[in-house]
Design a protein. Structure first.
Length: 534
């Protein structure tokens, strides 16, 4: 006897299968991000600048247009922080420093929701099993998980960018692609409002649509390009009009110099030797870009992505739905390398979009890869189950990633936060003749932020003639004060003032912090330099 037909209200089995997979992915992703937030020693340095941006947007006394024109970053993520801060605060009185928790929540919620576009892309390009494994692998990659729980822009940016790619993939090749392309344009505009490189999704979509000219005809392609542009400009255009250009970020300005923020190397980045030039500099950029990409892709997944892309090369050439993700990843990679040439370092964070596309090919290509091995005599039985490579890969990722995810975020820089409390005490203890005559030289910003004196904005220095006390925050490496080679004039002044104080000045250590793993080595130092009367 045949089974009765499903009732009109009953969803098809395929839809239920998708639903349960997505629910499982969301639960796992939420658990990973909750764990990371609960085990945070201190958030990333950049989160402080973004939190101050959010404070400026919350301030009813500030002209919002003036804020947008002065800030280097677009307002998308700071607005998300404002929203999260309002929801978390619930009308209660909390320390201003709690805004960093709101920043982590805003980024983490987006990081969890990245599951949706990645699952859909994997399902669309390959099948639902690939979508599931790709989304799961991405959530366990340490760089992705930690960066999207760290109060940074990565979570919202990836959510908007990958959602735009998903809409574009859905639209390309369909008889009526206008709605999907419009959604792609709108979402790429949102990605741009989080980070300027969101425009790369828009450009990749335009190129993917143009490549269909032979199949779709010039008129249809021209309308498609116009629809994408309308969507992008509808969201991003007003911000461009306000700031009078494409971006306020220093990296987009001619001749801009970077400020690297770490004595032990750039945070989330790999430096390029300053004396490298010409072909040598290009080779260095290629080397550090590859190194950071392997780091962001946890090595094994990055290699599997290359193998998967090679195995799928034929499909990529023939099937338009593959063009947009590949073009976007290639554009992002080229942009990162270009900035590396200009800025002198390459950041693993900016390679996360490439990694997110890569996990699709890592998951989609592994079964094909091991299917080739199954043809080897006397070995084929081992590869009888086509999905065992993904399960094995996941087991290896979890085994390698869980110990990393179990460590506290930035535990090696907790001393900066603790130094903030000591700085507040030292300022309160200043004698009357030194009140309001002190300066803090803290290139890292954590100490100032947690002292309460520079939480919402950096405190301006008093006039040089009125300065009586200078507090410097420094990092040490192997017991030696860091060298002032980070491109920050103020930081160079702080190091020089500590090592070579002005005649008649006295240097008094205020607080010294050692890493719990190496208790005998001071790593973070707060010192007070009392200047002689002028």
């Amino acid at each position: 006897m045949s089974s009765p037909p499903p009732t009109p209200d009953a969803p098809p089995k395929s839809a239920m299968a998708d639903l349960w997979r997505v629910v499982a992915l969301l639960v796992i992703a939420a658990a990973v991000h909750w764990w990371l937030i609960a085990h945070t020693s201190i958030t990333a340095r950049d989160s402080i600048g973004l939190a101050r941006y959010a404070f400026a947007l919350e301030d009813t006394q500030r002209d919002k247009v003036d804020v947008l024109r002065k800030e280097a970053h677009p307002p998308g993520y700071p607005l998300a922080i404002v929203t999260a801060n309002t929801l978390v605060g619930g009308g209660t009185t909390r320390p201003d420093t709690d805004i960093l928790l709101a920043a982590q929540i805003a980024s983490s919620v987006a990081g969890v929701l990245v599951v949706l576009p990645v699952y859909w892309l994997g399902r669309r390009l390959f099948d639902r099993s690939v979508g599931f494994w790709a989304a799961l692998l991405l959530q366990f990659l340490p760089v992705f998980a930690r960066d999207t729980a760290d109060g940074l822009t990565d979570g919202p940016f990836l959510l908007c960018a990958l959602s735009a790619v998903a809409c574009g993939v859905w639209a390309i090749g369909r008889p009526r692609m206008w709605l999907g392309l419009l959604a792609c344009g709108l979402l790429s505009g949102l990605a741009y409002l989080v980070r300027p490189e969101g425009v790369l999704v828009h450009l990749a979509t335009v190129l993917a649509v143009v490549l269909q000219t032979r199949r779709a005809g010039f008129g249809r392609v021209a309308v498609g390009v116009l629809v994408v542009a309308i969507g992008f400009l509808a969201v991003g255009g007003p911000y461009m009009a306000v700031i009078g250009g494409f971006s306020n970020k220093p990296a987009t300005k001619p001749g801009a110099e970077p400020e690297v923020a770490a004595a032990r190397g750039p945070l989330f980045a790999e430096s390029i030797p300053k004396d490298a030039a010409g072909i040598q500099r290009g080779l260095w950029v290629a080397y550090v870009t590859g190194k950071e990409w392997l780091k962001a892709g946890f090595s094994g997944v990055a290699v599997a992505a290359i193998i998967g892309l090679v195995l799928c090369a034929g499909r990529v050439r023939r099937e338009p739905r593959f063009w947009l993700p590949v073009l976007y990843a290639g554009g992002q990679l080229a942009a990162v390398a270009t900035l590396g040439l200009k800025q002198g370092y390459v950041s693993e964070r900016h390679l996360l979009p490439v990694v997110a596309v890569g996990v699709l090919f890592a998951a989609g290509g592994l079964p094909m890869w091991f299917k080739l091995w199954a043809k080897v005599p006397n070995v084929g039985r081992v590869f009888a189950w086509k999905w065992w490579p993904l399960v094995t890969c996941l087991a290896l990722i979890v085994a390698g990633a869980v110990p990393i995810l179990n460590t506290r975020l930035h535990e090696d820089r907790l001393g900066h936060k603790l130094a903030g409390a000591e700085l507040a005490k030292a300022i309160d203890a200043l004698p009357p003749e030194q009140k309001d005559k002190w300066v803090v030289m803290d290139h890292y910003q954590w100490c100032q932020f947690f002292s309460g004196w520079a939480t919402k904005a950096i405190r301006p220095d008093p006039a040089e003639a009125n300065q009586r006390v200078v507090f410097v925050v420094l990092e040490l490496k192997n017991g030696v004060v860091e060298q002032p080679d980070f491109g920050s004039t103020r930081h160079e002044q702080a190091v020089k003032m500590y090592l070579e104080p002005p005649p008649g000045a006295t240097v008094t250590p205020v607080y010294a912090w050692s890493s719990p793993r190496e208790k005998e080595k001071v790593e973070i130092l707060l010192a007070k330099i009392t200047l002689p009367p002028k």
